[in-house]
Design a protein around this ligand. Structure first.
Ligand code: SF4
Ligand code: SF4
Length: 376
């Protein structure tokens, strides 16, 4: 396999600065002064890839990029990626297409190096297709307003294969990849990488640290990493694992303070792929993760339609699985979403309808009781 970086015409540092979790001030606004320091530290290390999106922080992320980077550095010294979103808030086709000009205005970037259709998944691909957005970004490229186009993706490997077969001119994609989700049935990091490799489409990596979770992994995993090298951070293992994959353009880290930038830069400035010995350590960490109990719900939703209280069973179980993985950032957030306007696990009537419908024969009633204990 050739160098994908050359295919895209540039040699990027393997670390990308994700502008989705920027530091905030007491009033909830982005801390621009700290962001400037973070950008300076990143740029001084020779790293140049910045990732934002039309919807991040209601547009403030793109504005922060202008203030902290674009107004302060020569335009040809960095690379900007942003995204158009066709599903959040159910915009019209015209409104989605307008996002491009608004992003240009907010950032003052003049053009975008990388432009993405945002967060394509099985339940929103129709909107991207029906709004002719693939053709729209092709047109933007032909007009020289963007350099490269692609999409970020959260769907199934089957959908990814179909899209890359139908749209053979996709230049790159953005995938959720980390060592914990490598064999996960829903995220399917490993299978999505295999599809990208089959089509020889390079990828930008998001969530290499699984929303920060792998910076503080479950204790048995942390013990494996510590035993292998007590001097490096848990996050460094996760980011280097992702960046070592053949086909990786850049690994995004959504950095939230200067210390995180300094840690990331310390091992990504002169990136060295994982050695075979280090890959074996990751395998051991994956084995430890596999031992952690998970509810084997496949999110088929067969149980939901007949529930008299409208319990969002698969969403509650997904949040519980994050809790069992010690993902204390996302477990409460996802649980709150799952019960928003719907029943709480403790409101289950124990009627048993769902258990009769579950193809995985899950003991749903007792599992919901555990979810109530842990998450309510
Ligand atoms: S047992 Fe509980 S969750 Fe299952 S269908 Fe009945 S009320 Fe809904
Ligand atoms: S039927 Fe079973 S596997 Fe399917 S969503 Fe419900 S709990 Fe999960």
């Amino acid at each position: 396999m050739g160098s994908y970086g050359e295919y895209l015409g540039k040699d990027f540092g393997k670390l990308g600065f994700g502008f989705m979790r920027l530091p905030k001030l007491g009033d909830g606004k982005i801390d621009i002064e700290q962001t400037k320091l973070m950008v300076d530290t990143f740029m001084e290390a020779g790293l140049t890839y910045f990732d934002t999106a039309y919807v991040y922080d209601g547009g403030d992320s793109e504005r922060a990029l202008k203030a902290a980077l674009i107004d302060r550095y020569p335009r040809d010294s960095f690379t900007v990626a942003t995204k158009m979103n066709a599903w959040l808030g159910s915009p019209t086709e015209e409104e989605v297409k307008k996002q491009f000009e608004i992003s240009l205005e907010r950032t003052g970037a003049g053009y975008f190096d990388f432009y993405l259709l945002h967060a394509i998944q099985n339940n929103n691909i129709d909107v991207y297709e029906n709004y002719h957005l693939f053709d729209y970004v092709r047109q933007l490229k032909a007009e020289g307003k963007i350099k490269h186009w692609g999409f970020s993706f959260h769907g199934t490997p089957e959908l990814l294969d179909k899209l890359l077969t139908e749209h053979t001119d996709v230049e790159f994609i953005q995938l959720q990849i980390n060592y914990a989700d490598w064999n996960d049935e829903t995220v399917a990091s490993g299978r999505n990488v295999a599809v990208a490799t089959k089509h020889k489409v390079p990828f930008v990596i998001m969530e290499p640290v699984k929303g920060g979770n792998l910076a503080n992994p479950p204790a048995p995993v942390a013990a494996v990493l510590k035993a292998a090298n007590p001097d490096v951070s848990n996050a460094s293992w996760a980011i280097r694992f992702a960046a070592s994959l053949d086909g990786c353009i850049a690994t995004l880290s959504g950095m939230s303070n200067l210390a995180q930038v300094q840690d990331n830069v310390s091992y990504m400035k002169e990136f060295k792929p994982l050695t075979q010995e280090e890959q074996d350590v990751i395998k051991k960490a994956q084995e430890e993760l596999a031992k952690i109990e998970q509810i084997k719900c496949t999110a088929c939703h067969y149980c939901v339609a007949g529930c008299p209280v409208g319990m969002r069973i698969p969403e509650i179980f997904a949040a519980m699985n994050k809790y069992l993985m010690n993902d204390m950032m996302r477990a409460p957030r996802d649980f709150a979403k799952a019960i928003d306007g719907a029943a709480k696990p403790s409101e289950c009537l124990s009627c048993g309808q769902c258990e009769g419908a579950c193809p995985q024969s899950l003991p749903i009633i007792s599992l919901l009781a555990r979810c109530a204990d842990a998450l309510e």
